[in-house]
Design a binder for this molecule. Structure first.
Ligand code: ZN
Ligand code: ZN
Ligand code: ZN
Length: 225
């Protein structure tokens, strides 16, 4: 995995360019109404340096399950793998009847309300898929007033897709080629080479799960031009 600096991002409200460091203050300065309802500001990134980050505004009455759904929908879902949060050493996982000896069998349920387990200043972690794991780091940066919206989780800002280049020719890359490792990137032309086995091609996505398992992008993924 290539280590990279955080990529610049976009505010979902005004589309202005912001950075991981300025994202939360930008939202506080420009988009907090006089009246509304409380939201926890959660900065999501990775425990290692990477281009990927986003800001999720969570209703304190929403549950960890709602946050799990949002993370899956936006960033990690590929084949319905298990996932878990770890908060102050306690694991939380969605309970399935057939889970038997799952690694987080002792975990608490994600049906718990966010305000019961999180408060501003807390850092916690999330894992999706206990085989080819994607690990996320989350920090509750603040609690702010936000306009009333039905969605329990709102994606307020996210990094822009990093520009990656083809390992063969240097043109903009759009595929991972996974035959030998996850480092080979290919452009449309090089990825269309008949000698390649198509089953090793995966689209490059704007997510820390790009190139892993069968990941093909989330809710805000833009189609390649
Ligand atoms: Zn904005
Ligand atoms: Zn998968
Ligand atoms: Zn190429």
């Amino acid at each position: 995995m290539v280590k990279q600096a955080a990529a610049p991002g976009t505010c979902s409200v005004c589309k202005e360019t912001i950075t991981k460091r300025t994202a939360v203050s930008h939202l506080q300065k420009n988009h907090v109404p006089d009246s509304g309802e409380e939201r926890f500001v959660i900065l999501v990134d990775t425990p290692y340096s990477s281009p990927y980050w986003m800001v999720i505004l969570a209703k304190p009455h929403g549950t960890l399950g709602d946050l799990d759904d949002a993370l899956r929908d936006i960033w990690v879902e590929c084949c319905g793998h298990l996932s878990a949060f770890t908060i102050l050493g306690t694991e939380y996982q969605e309970k399935h009847e057939d889970m038997g000896n799952a690694p987080f069998d002792h975990a608490k349920s994600t049906k718990v309300k966010i305000e019961k387990v999180l408060r501003p200043g807390m850092v916690f972690s999330y894992e999706y898929d206990f085989g080819t794991t994607t690990e996320l780091r989350l920090k509750v940066v603040d609690s702010i007033i936000w306009k009333k919206q039905p969605d329990k989780m709102v994606m307020a800002a996210m990094n822009r897709k990093p520009d990656l280049v083809c390992s063969e020719c240097g043109k903009p890359a759009i595929f991972h080629y996974l035959e030998n490792d996850d480092e080979t990137l290919l452009c449309l032309d090089c990825g269309s080479n008949e000698d390649l086995d198509e089953c090793y091609l995966l689209p490059i996505c704007n997510s820390p799960r790009t190139g892993l398992c069968a990941y093909e992008g989330g809710r805000y993924e833009e189609e390649p031009e």
